[in-house]
Design a protein around this ligand. Structure first.
Ligand code: CTP
Ligand code: MG
Length: 223
């Protein structure tokens, strides 16, 4: 089985503050997004890689074998544009969405997520998530703790996220794209059933400069 991947890389990277798109920032000798492209190339169940890029900057995304698509105003708009390009070639059944900002994603996690959704007809999506190890509290009025949440019921959501294409399309058409922080939330909003697959602790997201140092440390250590 082979399904398409959509790597969203069209963000501007405000919090990283590198003065250019985060996806092109150098990480251990290569642009940040190239590490994700590599992982998807090595995954057994991926047959095409689409990358949503900042408008007008496709020429800077030179990894071989990728298809670039112009990204949109928010992450969800970038996903919508990428999905439109993918489905223009026919309905592939499943699609994997991944943030370029998670360069340490493993081919094993990608394959496990694709197989997991393909083999569970009761699910519309299967998303990578990590158990929450900190105690989490909800704040009430004036920043005072209102309650301590039951950590055993909480997960921190990551990517990759695998979707049934038909359901993701429906969720995008119905959803508030400007407000959504991930696509799984759009699927939940239309009543879709979203499962989780545990991701390894190394699947970090590069958001601020310290994250880039941490990711470089991991990648250089694994060589
Ligand atoms: N993304 C995208 N299109 C957008 C916004 C974000 O494709 N309009 C992508 C980013 O490139 C990133 C992922 O979504 O791979 C997660 O977003 P985030 O980490 O927030 O990246 P940025 O939006 O680039 O960073 P910031 O919020 O600090 O500006
Ligand atoms: Mg952002």
């Amino acid at each position: 089985m082979g399904v398409p991947a959509l790597i969203v890389a069209a963000g501007s990277g405000q919090r990283l503050g590198a003065g250019g798109p985060k996806a092109l920032v150098e990480l251990a000798g290569r642009p940040l997004y190239a590490w994700s492209v590599d992982a998807f190339r090595r995954a057994t169940h991926i047959d095409r890689i689409f990358v949503a890029v900042p408008p007008g900057q496709a020429g800077l995304f030179t990894e071989p074998g990728i298809v670039t698509v112009e990204g949109g105003e928010t992450r969800s708009h970038s996903v919508a544009n990428g999905l439109a390009a993918i489905t223009a070639e026919g309905d592939p059944g499943l699609v994997v969405v991944h943030d370029a900002a998670r360069p340490l994603v493993s081919p094993a996690l990608i394959d496990a997520a694709v197989i997991g959704l393909d083999s569970d007809s009761g699910l519309h999506a299967l998303i990578a998530a990590a158990p929450v190890t900190d105690t989490v509290k909800r704040l009430g009025e004036e920043g005072v703790v209102a309650e301590t949440l039951d950590r055993s019921q909480l997960v921190a959501v990551q990517t990759p996220q695998v979707f049934r294409v038909e359901m993701l399309q429906r969720a995008i058409e119905a959803g508030d794209l400007a407000a959504a922080t991930d696509d799984a939330a759009l699927v939940e909003a239309v009543g879709g059933s979203v499962g989780v697959i545990e991701s390894p602790s190394g699947n970090i997201k590069v958001t601020v400069p310290g994250d880039l140092e941490l990711a470089a440390h991991f990648l250089e250590g694994s060589r």
